[in-house]
Design a protein around this ligand. Structure first.
Ligand code: ADP
Ligand code: MG
Ligand code: MG
Length: 354
C-alpha cells in the first residue's frame, strides 16, 4: 500500500517562493513506488488549490501551481485525494512545507488536528510557542536554559510612554541590543541598536510587523545550530555553524555551503565538551516546548565560552541545501531518508494520540 501524501506548500507569506522550491525538492526526493503525492498549493493571496495526483516529478515550480478557479476551502482537505477510479479516499498524511505565520505557527496545525489528519512536524502548542519569541524564551527560562537578557512590549504599552520604555531597556538590557517582532522569522524586522535614537527607530520598525516586540541584549558570538529529530525520544545531529560571508575566507573546514550572505560549516569546529553541553540543551529545548518531528535549535557561543540558546525553528529551512537537511546528511540521514523518517514520525504521533 502506498502512502497518500498531501504536500502543502506556497502560502500567503514572504517565504512563498522558498516553500515552492522546497516542495519541488521534496517531490523529487520521494520514492513514487512508496508514495502517492497530492500537491496542495496555497497561492500568494491565500487561496488553497488541491492539485491532481502527481504521476511524475514536475519539471519546475511552475508545474506546481494550479489555476485559481480550482481553489477550495482548506477544510476540503479532509477527503480530497482520489483513487484510480476518481473515488475520494482521504490523505494518509499531510506534509506542511510552510514557514512563518500562518504555516509554522500552529494555525495550519490546528486545522489539521480538527480534520483528524496526521501531519509532519510540530503540533499546535510547539508551533505556536516556538513562533512567539517571548513565549519561547519564557519557557526556555523555566527549563533553565541560558539566554541573553530580554524584555518585551505590546505596541499600545510602548506608545503610551516611550520614555519609560526606553528607560526600561536601558536599565534592564543596555546597548547594543536587538529589537525583533515577536512572531516572525528569516530576520524580518530585526535591527541592532546602539543608542536611544536607533532604539526608537528599531522599535517603530518592528511594530510594523507585529503588535508585540522583544528586545534582547546583543552579543558577539558564533552561531551554532543543531537538528533534532524524533517524538518522545529525540536525537540530535552534528553541529553546524553559520558564518557571515565576510569572515568566510578564514575558515577551511570539512564542508562548506553558501547561500547569498553566509556560509555553513558542517560539522562545526567545537570541542567535545561544547558539543555535549549544546546538544543536551538542544534536546532540552525540544522537550520544553513539547516538540515533535523536527526542530532546529540555534545557539550563540561567545569567545569567552559562554553559551546562550537563541531560538528554535519548528519548521526550519528544508531545501536540500538548507542547514537542517545538511546537518542530518552529515549525521548519516540523507534527504530522502529524512523525509521518510518525518512521515513515519507523523504517523506514529497520530497513532499515539488516539
Ligand atoms: P529569526 O527567527 O528571524 O531567525 P533570530 O532571533 O534568529 O530571528 O535573529 C536573526 C539573526 O540576528 C541571528 O541569527 C543573529 O545573527 C542575529 N541576532 C539575533 N539576536 C541577537 C543577539 N541577541 N545578539 C547578537 N546577534 C543576534
Ligand atoms: Mg526563527
Ligand atoms: Mg534565527
Amino acid at each position: 500500500m502506498k502512502t497518500k501524501l498531501g504536500l502543502l506548500y506556497g502560502g500567503k507569506s514572504a517565504e512563498h517562493d522558498v516553500s515552492m522550491q522546497t516542495a519541488l525538492a521534496v517531490i523529487k526526493a520521494l520514492d513514487l513506488a512508496k508514495f502517492d503525492i497530492y500537491p496542495i498549493y496555497i497561492t500568494k493571496d491565500g487561496s488553497w488549490i488541491n492539485g491532481p495526483k502527481l504521476t511524475a516529478p514536475p519539471e519546475d515550480v511552475a508545474a506546481l501551481t494550479f489555476l485559481p478557479e480550482k481553489s477550495t476551502s482548506p477544510l476540503a482537505l479532509q477527503a480530497h485525494s482520489t483513487d484510480e477510479n476518481g473515488e475520494s479516499t482521504g490523505y494518509d498524511v499531510i506534509f506542511p512545507l510552510l514557514h512563518g505565520p500562518n504555516g509554522e505557527d500552529g494555525t495550519v496545525q490546528g486545522m489539521l488536528e480538527l480534520l483528524n489528519l496526521p501531519y509532519v512536524g510540530n503540533g499546535v502548542l510547539a508551533s505556536s510557542a516556538g513562533m512567539d519569541k517571548v513565549i519561547m524564551k519564557n519557557i526556555f527560562a523555566h527549563a533553565g536554559l541560558p539566554q541573553v537578557k530580554y524584555t518585551w512590549f505590546i505596541r499600545s504599552e510602548w506608545e503610551a510612554n516611550k520614555e519609560a520604555g526606553i528607560k526600561k531597556v536601558e536599565d534592564e538590557i543596555g546597548y547594543p541590543c536587538f529589537v525583533k517582532p515577536a512572531n516572525l522569522g528569516s530576520s524580518v524586522g530585526i535591527s541592532k541598536c546602539d543608542d536611544s535614537h536607533s532604539l526608537e527607530k528599531a522599535v517603530a520598525e518592528a511594530f510594523q510587523f507585529d503588535r508585540k516586540i522583544i528586545i534582547e541584549e546583543g552579543v558577539v558570538a558564533r552561531e551554532v545550530e543543531f537538528g533534532i529529530l524524533g517524538n518522545d525520544d529525540p536525537t540530535c545531529s552534528v553541529a553546524g555553524e553559520i558564518i557571515p560571508k565576510k569572515d568566510f575566507a578564514f575558515y577551511d573546514y570539512s564542508a562548506k555551503y553558501e547561500d547569498g550572505n553566509s556560509a555553513m560549516v558542517i560539522p562545526a569546529e567545537i570541542s567535545e565538551n561544547e558539543f555535549a553541553a549544546l546538544s543536551a540543551m538542544a534536546i532540552s529545548a525540544f522537550k520544553s516546548l513539547d516538540c515533535s518531528g523536527l526542530v532546529r535549535a540555534d545557539f550563540f557561543l561567545t569567545k569567552e565560552g559562554k553559551i546562550f540558546i537563541n531560538e528554535v525553528n519548528t519548521m526550519p529551512g528544508f531545501t536540500p541545501y538548507s542547514m537542517f537537511p545538511l546537518l542530518w546528511k552529515h549525521t548519516g540521514v540523507d534527504y530522502p531518508a529524512l523525509i521518510e523518517k518525518l512521515v513515519k514520525l507523523a504517523l506514529e504521533r497520530h497513532r499515539e494520540k488516539q
